[in-house]
Every structure is written in structure tokens, then in C-alpha cells.
Ligand binder design. Structure first.
Ligand SMILES: [Zn+2]
Length: 352
């Protein structure tokens, strides 16, 4: 494939606002508020620290977020990082993005959760206006906190600001998704779509609970669904009932290969099941998860897929279209984008 991956139009559904700050922005915001707990202050060294220091397990990975969260406790800082996220994604070829964040992590300096959402929404709108990338928001409840029902209410009440979904994030082990059924049902009762992190740090039971206790429409990661399949000679030859449900009902998986490598879910890019699942007909979407902590971009994720899973132009076309189809944003806007990306990929030679 002669096409530069950087030039391909892309779409993503799973990118954490507090996991995607520019290193220089972290340093500038820290200086603004006199935050002195960064491990290093040289930009290159801090970049390395974020990429390497916060890896090894999901819990360590999550710890790296304490710094990005500490420097985003004011409305201007939240607006800035949201704006920069859209600008950076657009520069990476992203035409449709759903950014997610947990508002109650940004209230330590006195902001109300509604003010947090409003600041992020303002940054998103400014980013959209400057780039043409369509960006929407998902509000996260953190499983280790005790506020999931309040966060779900906030999410439902924030729809007019561009909030299109509610998500459960944070550590999986010890936090069964079924425990958050009330919050997810509140979102659903408010006609807000639900996506749940599941099958990342913990096994298929979490995916089952996300689908059938939380009524999730999409699964964040979900790649451990491979444990409910039979693989022979590099091909999925059998599906358990949960895997069959996901494949046959086209439940979108928000796959993030680099993130899974950093948290130790799979040891190498080649060992990641994304290619197996894609070829077996699962609804795969490709995502960055945390661009800063994983040192990644959509172009980097596409490169991993090309190099280790033999993705070609038609595969990239399919996963991009799948992401926009699985989006929670307004259908007319997404339909327009599907026509646009179909035209772009077909002009490059895709026959899909
Ligand atoms: Zn995530």
C-alpha cells in the first residue's frame, strides 16, 4: 500500500482527555499553578516518563494520570486541553472523534461538575470550528469512586453540550460492572447511550455484565473476548455464546492496541487478537485510548496493524467506517462523514 497512513481519513470512539495532553501543555499548566510534583521538568524526559513510567499494569498506568488531572482543575486549562485534543486528532487525519473524561476528577479546585463539562465542551466546539473534525463527548464514571449515579445524572443533563454517551472507566479487578447497573440504567432511561470498559484488565465476565447488566451499546477494549473463542493455526474456528452474541449483533469493540501492550494485557503487537477478531467478523474499531501515556496516535495504531496484522487499505476503510457507524453522535452528521470517507478511500483504490 503506497498511501501514507498519516493521510488516510480516520475516526475514533475512545480517547481519554486526561490521557492525551501535549507534554509542553502539562509543563506550562504546572508552571501556571505552581504544581511541583511532576517527576521531571525537561520536556523530553517528561515525555519518556509518561510513556514508560506509567506502564506495566493497568493500575500503574492509571497512576500516571494523577499529574495530568492535577494541572487541569480550572476552566481555562480544561478548555485548552480539549481544544488541543481536537486539533491534534484532526492533524492526525481524524474526521470524527468521541473524547471522554471524568468530570468529578476536575473539581479539586472548586469547579462544579457542570462547570467542568461546560469548559471541556467549549474547547471541543472551538476545536471543531478550527479543524472541521466532528467531536463529541462521553462522560465517565470511575469505578473506584462512589459517585457513578451522580455522574450518570450529570451526563444525561449535559446532552445539549455535546455529551452523547456515558461510560464506566478505571480499574476492573474488584469492580464488577454489574455493581454499576443503577448508574448505567439511569443513563439509558435518559436515552443516553452507554459504553463500558470491559475485558481489558479482567475477563469475559466483565464483558457479559457490561452487555447484560449495564446495557452497553459498545465495549471499551473488549479484546479478552478472544478467551471465549477457539483459535486454531491463527484463525478463530469456534465461538462461545458470548463471543457469538458480540459478533452476530455487531457489538462494536473499541480496540486500542498500544494501550493493551502498555498495561500488559498482551505481550507483543503480533500477539494482540485484533487481527483474529477483525477477520472473524467482529465489529472492530481502532482507537488511541491515551495518546500521551502510550505515545501513540491513530497513524501509529494503523502502522501497528499494517506491520503486525497485515491490514491493507480496505481493512483501514472498514474499521474507519465501522467507527463512524458505531458513533453515538447525530446520524445526519455521521452519514455525511461516511460518504466523505467512502469517497476518499475509494479514490485511493478501496473496493469496499
Ligand atoms: Zn479507556
Amino acid at each position: 500500500m503506497a498511501t501514507r497512513l498519516a493521510d488516510l481519513p480516520k475516526a475514533l470512539l475512545h480517547d481519554h482527555l486526561d490521557g492525551g495532553l501535549r507534554v509542553n501543555t502539562v509543563l506550562e499548566l504546572a508552571a501556571d499553578i505552581g504544581y511541583e510534583d511532576l517527576p521531571v521538568t525537561d520536556p523530553a524526559a517528561l515525555s519518556d516518563w509518561f510513556h514508560q513510567g506509567g506502564s506495566g499494569s493497568l493500575e500503574n498506568y492509571l497512576e500516571a494520570f494523577s499529574h495530568t488531572i492535577a494541572v487541569t482543575q480550572t476552566a481555562p486549562s480544561l478548555e485548552r486541553v480539549a481544544y488541543e485534543a481536537v486539533v491534534d486528532l484532526a492533524a492526525d487525519g481524524v474526521r470524527y472523534a468521541e473524547l471522554r473524561f471524568a468530570p468529578t476528577l476536575h473539581t479539586a479546585a472548586g469547579l462544579e461538575p457542570t462547570e467542568v463539562v461546560a469548559a471541556v465542551a467549549a474547547g471541543i466546539r472551538a476545536g471543531e470550528a478550527d479543524t472541521g473534525c466532528v467531536a463529541r463527548l462521553i462522560v465517565d464514571a470511575m469505578r473506584q469512586m462512589n459517585d457513578s449515579e451522580d455522574v450518570a445524572k450529570l451526563a444525561v443533563a449535559s446532552r445539549r453540550l455535546g455529551v452523547v454517551g456515558f461510560d464506566l472507566a478505571g480499574p476492573e479487578a474488584g469492580y464488577p460492572n454489574g455493581n454499576f447497573r443503577a448508574a448505567c440504567h439511569h443513563a439509558g432511561d435518559g436515552n443516553l447511550a452507554v459504553s463500558v470498559h470491559a475485558g481489558e484488565g479482567d475477563g469475559t465476565s466483565q464483558i457479559w455484565q457490561a452487555l447484560h447488566r449495564c446495557n452497553a451499546k459498545r465495549i471499551g477494549h473488549g479484546v479478552r473476548i478472544i478467551e471465549d473463542t477457539t483459535v486454531v493455526d491463527g484463525v478463530i474456528t469456534g465461538l462461545g455464546s458470548l463471543a457469538a452474541y458480540m459478533r452476530d449483533l455487531r457489538v462494536p469493540l473499541e480496540v486500542s492496541v498500544s494501550s493493551n501492550l502498555h498495561t500488559g494485557v498482551f505481550p507483543t503487537p503480533a500477539a494482540h487478537p485484533v487481527g483474529l477478531l477483525h477477520r472473524a467478523g467482529f465489529a472492530i474499531t481502532i482507537n488511541t485510548d491515551n495518546r500521551l501515556m502510550s505515545g501513540t496516535s491513530m497513524t501509529e495504531e494503523f502502522e501497528l496493524l499494517r506491520r503486525h496484522h497485515q491490514f491493507d487499505l480496505e481493512d483501514f476503510h472498514l474499521v474507519t467506517r465501522s467507527a463512524i457507524e458505531a458513533g453515538f453522535g447525530e446520524w445526519p452528521e455521521r452519514r455525511r462523514l461516511i460518504a466523505e470517507i467512502d469517497g476518499h478511500y475509494r479514490a485511493l483504490g478501496s473496493s469496499r
